[in-house]
Design a protein around this ligand. Sequence first.
Ligand code: ZN
Length: 88
Amino acid sequence: MNKGIYFYVTISTDPEGYHLLHRKECKRLPVKEDMVFIGTLYNLNQALSTARINFKKVKPCIKCCIRYSAPIIRETVRPVLHFPQKMI
Ligand SMILES: [Zn+2]
């Protein structure tokens, strides 16, 4: 039997502008005031697409979402070159 999972999205974002998707039982859940309940959903994919209707950039919490499901997000990692800017 598949039971729905309660999913929440944080209102605040990380430094890159992403809202985090959490399951109800996550130990890293932020304070209530910083969360939006998006629904009772059956899997991470469904939760992500629902979250993305309301929030442009959403990524699943590593603690509660990634850990319990196969990684579905392939984020392309772009190397950033950090050259010290020389003041001449
Ligand atoms: Zn979480």
